[in-house]
Structure formats: structure tokens, C-alpha cells
Design a protein around this ligand. Sequence first.
Ligand code: ZN
Length: 144
Amino acid sequence: MKITDAQLKQIYAHAKETYPAECCGFLVGAFDNGGVVRQVQPAANQNTTRTDRFVIAPAEFARVQFAADDAGLEIIGIYHSHPDWPAIPSQTDMDNAWDEVYYLITSVHEGMPLNTAIWRLASSGLRRFEAVPLEILDENELQQ
Ligand SMILES: [Zn+2]
């Protein structure tokens, strides 16, 4: 999956802002060419009772979906942060995952975003996540 340096920084800023709670949001773009992110759309985490969960309101999901449609784009992924936890999917992430969608997870250590990994449900066999390579582009590369 491809994302620009600026988009990744946007996610890191969001992750810092919500720490020690999880941040979450949408990756809007196209599934072609291995997945290309065009927009990062932050969402409000509706879960306020614990710091290791995120919940996105259906209305917010619908709003981003409609806006993506209008722009000829799709929701290709969901991002969220793991405060003081590695960038690997939890059991909850697994239980809530949809096919084909990219899951970007940023690990945040003591308030500082450390690293990011992309995951997607395996297309066949047992239900499991597979790591997806992340390619970080600068804006100029995206426009080509
Ligand atoms: Zn998670």
C-alpha cells in the first residue's frame, strides 16, 4: 500500500493528540496499484471508556463513504493507533476486520509515534492477518 510522507505525518499527529487513547480514521483512495491513499480522514473515537479500543460511528462512516464516492474514490483502509503496544493487530482488530480493507496501525510509545505496519485479512485459508508492504511516497511521486 502506498501513502505519502505528509499523510503519514497527519496520522502521527492524530495519534499524538489522542494519546493515551487510540486514534482512528479512514484511508480514502483506490485499490488499484496495490492500494494508493489519496486522503487521510480522521474520525472520532466513540469509545471513551477504555484506551485500547476504537469505535467509529456509523454516521461518520457513511459521511466519509459518500464523500469518497463523490470524489471517485473508495475507503480502502482504516487507521488506528496502539498506545504503548506494538503495531500488530489485536484479537479485537481481527474480530472486526473486513475483507480487502487495509488496516494501518501506528505504535505509539510514551506519546511518540514509533512505527507503522499495514495488515490485511488473508484472501484464502484460515482467517488471519497478513502484513502488507508499506511504500512511503513524496507528493511528487504520487502525481506521476
Ligand atoms: Zn488495534
